[in-house]
Design a protein around this ligand. Structure first.
Ligand code: CA2
Length: 145
């Protein structure tokens, strides 16, 4: 069972709940993070949250996860999903299991969103279920060994 989880959110997800509610819903990032922390706590686990608009900062946080003893990552990489070989290399480098979450269904959107650099090395992906995707991913992580 994963005891030490990290929830990562990439660029622009700090805007959740403030704009584009038809695509991303009405909940804020703080709402998502508070719910995730409560979910982990109820299972007797720890969960740290981090959001950045900067690719290198996300990579540094992934590297730190390894030394901190994080055993599972849930990540919404935002737009870096479709561009970042460096983020993929960081996740592969720390060799921690992770789930890729997307709030929107990226396959119903523009073609450039249909490809993810991360999916092939993810334990799994969840997309199109709104912020429920985070809850499902954390539930899975909590049940994983
Ligand atoms: O559906 C998702 O969760 C995405 O990862 C969100 C990214 C997008 O580039 C991906 O293709 C799919 C964008 C995050 C932007 O978040 C906003 C939230 C509220 C208002 C504006 C942007």
């Amino acid at each position: 069972m994963a005891r030490n989880l990290l929830l990562l959110n990439g660029p622009n997800l700090n805007l959740l709940g403030t704009r584009e509610p038809a695509t991303y819903g009405a909940s804020t990032l703080a709402d998502v993070e508070q719910a995730a922390q409560a979910q982990a706590k109820a299972a007797g686990a720890q969960l740290a949250c981090y959001q950045s608009n900067h690719e290198g900062a996300l990579i540094d946080r992934i590297h730190a996860a390894r030394t901190e003893g994080v055993d599972f990552i849930v990540i919404n990489p935002g737009g870096y999903t479709h561009t970042s070989i460096a983020l993929r290399d960081a996740l592969a480098g720390v060799a921690l299991p992770f789930i890729e979450v997307h709030i929107s269904n990226i396959y119903r959107r523009e073609e450039f969103r249909h490809h993810s650099y991360l999916s092939a090395i993810a334990q799994g992906t969840i997309c199109g279920l709104g912020i429920e995707g985070y809850r499902l991913a954390i539930d899975f992580a909590l049940k994983s060994s």
